[in-house]
Design a protein around this ligand. Sequence first.
Ligand SMILES: [Cu+2]
Length: 354
Amino acid sequence: MTTVLILTVLVLVGIAIWQMTKIFELSQLRADAINGLVASDEDNKNNGYLMFAFLIFIYGITIFSFAKYSKVLLPSAASAHGDNYDTLMWVSFAIIFFVQTITQALLHYFAYKYRGEKGKKALFFADNDKLEFIWTIIPVIVLAGLIIWGLYSWTNIMDINEEDDPIVIELYAQQFNWTARYAGDDNVLGDASVRLIDIDRANVLGIDEADPNGQDDIIVKELHLPVGRKVNFNMRSQDVLHSAYMPHFRAQMNCVPGMITQFSFTPIKTTEEMRQDPEVVEKVKRTNKIRAEWAAEGRPNSEPWEFDYVLLCNKICGKSHYNMQMKIIVESEEDYNKWLAEQKTFGESMSPAE
Ligand SMILES: [Cu+2]
């Protein structure tokens, strides 16, 4: 891969130097010698047709990409705010797509229609107030609409409050794994700081032992969430910038060393329900077909895959960034409570001080 990149760069540098020498040569020629190099009507016509060919190429590649790659998009959102978020994205896409399709067609058509021709002179006028007004006011209205709608959605999504009795969970990022901490019976996370980390005593998150709120906290390596219940996440990082990304819930927040960042959402579909979603069923089928081929070739990672929600890191944070993930299980409140009751609290799991 690196060799291909280096070769590409060398070829591009070569082309750039060749073009520059040509420009230099042209600048040295006398006026009468240049005449032989001016494009003829035939050249201009050919370039006009090439413009059309390029237009067909970009339309073709767009249709091809839609047909081939639409299926790799995320399935429908599994969080309460997700639909609103997706609508905003799709409306923005639709507007960009519509405008781009029309402007590209006009751009290339005009390049053909007004190609150079002997004796033809371009019409020149300095300004046209009406035209300028139209092409300014339309984008202003459309963009203002999108931005105001976006800001409104953003404010709604980022309104992190204590209403509706949310569960409080900490997501702790470090190179290269995630740890989750539940706030326990009191639903208040104990104070914590990276300076208090004590590996010898299994205090991996640096929870302040003196803080009574921390004693009932529960530290786990798998995130369980009850369906329909709001969750307030507090994110911390131990080392570098990470980003907690939960794509199926349309949630992402940076984890920044030295500060606590927040995100809140309500999961609305259990893992089981999501596994029944037609888009997910289709994706699992596709993936397992590839995996079966891999298995036949004896390649690793070829065991059949089952859908699960994931928490991923979405900031390139080092060598094993690609594999920094944690499984998320959304289940009924009953199953969730059962699972939580089986977990040890921080107070129980700490090794005694020596
Ligand atoms: Cu990371």
